[in-house]
Design a protein around this ligand. Sequence first.
Ligand code: TYM
Length: 322
Amino acid sequence: MRILSGIQPSGTMHLGNYLGAVRQWVAAQNPEAFFCVVDLHALTLEIEPSQLRTQTWDTLASLLAAGLDPAQCTLFIQSQVPFHTQMSWLLECVASYGELTRMTQFKEKSGRQEGYRVGLLTYPVLMAGDILLYSAQQVPVGDDQRQHLELTRDIAERFNNRYGEVFTIPVGVQPPAAARVMDLQEPSRKMSKSLSSPLGSIFLLDEPSAIEKKIKKAVTDTDGEVRYDWETKPGLSNLLEIFACITGETPAAVAERYERYGDLKSDLAAAVIAELTPVRERYDVLRADPAQLASIAAQGADKASQVAGERYRLAASAMGLI
Ligand code: TYM
C-alpha cells in the first residue's frame, strides 16, 4: 500500500500527534510507505532558524523512537527532496485562490497575526504536492487535516482532467478513536504544539510524573457519571478517546468499566505512561547520535527523490514544460 504522511517540526510532539497520526504510521509502515518531517511547512509561521534546525532533528528522532523503522519504510526530511517545492509551483497553477482562502486553518492562523506570510495561504498546495509526488493511496492523518486532504483530491482531479491521468487520488485515513485529541484543560480546543495551556498537552517526552499530574488535573465535569458523551461531557469523553485508542477498545466500552472519574484517571495515566516510557527511552539514545540521524535522513531523501522525481517529471511534461 502506497502511503505518505508528514509532521511539522514546529514544536515537541504531543499525544494528539502521536495517537492521531504517528501511531497509525508505525502500524501501517511497509516498503511503499513514506513519512516526512515537513520543515518547509514550519516556515509559514515565525520560527528561529536555530530552533527549526534543532526541532527538525528532534522530530526525526521522535519518529524513530515511536517505532518508524528506516528498514521498513522511507523516512526523510522534506526540504532535502527539492521536488516538493517544484511540484508545489506546478500545483499553485492548478489550485485557485478562492479555495485556499476558504481553508479553516488558514482563516484561523491568518486571523491571529498581521502581515501573515504568503506561505500560510499556499501551504495546503505544498501539502498536496507532498502527497501526489508519491502517488499515495492512503494518507494517515488526524481529523484536523481532513479539509486539506479534500483539497488535495480536488487539485489532483482537476489536474488529471486538464492534463491527463498523472496523479493517484488519495484517501485520508483517521484512527477509530483519538482522531482529534483535545486540550486537557480546554476540551473545546484541540491539543496543539503551540497554543495549549501549560497543563493542556501531554508531550511525547514528558516524565511519568508530569503525565500523571496532567491527567489528574484534566478538566471534567461535576455530574460524576462516567459516560461517553461529547455534548455534555467533552473533557471526560476526550479522556475516554485517549484510553480507547491506546487499548484498542471503543470509548463507550472503556466508560462501562468505570464508576469513578478518579479510577479512570489513574488507570489512564498508567496506560499513557506505559505507552510513552519506551518511546522516551529510545529517544534519548537516538537523539544522542546526530551522525546516525543525518545518515538516516540522507538515505531516506535518496529513496524519496527517486519516486518523487519520476512523478514530478510526468506532471511537468503533461503541463508542457520541456
Ligand atoms: P501537524 O504537524 O500539525 O500534525 C501532524 C499530525 O498530527 C495530527 N494531529 C492531531 N491528531 C489528533 N489530535 C490532535 N490534537 C492533533 N494535532 C495534530 C495531524 O492531523 C497530523 O496528521 N499539514 C500537516 C503536515 C503535512 C502533511 C503533509 C500531512 C504536510 N504535508 C502530507 C499528511 C500528508 C500538519 O501541519 O500536521
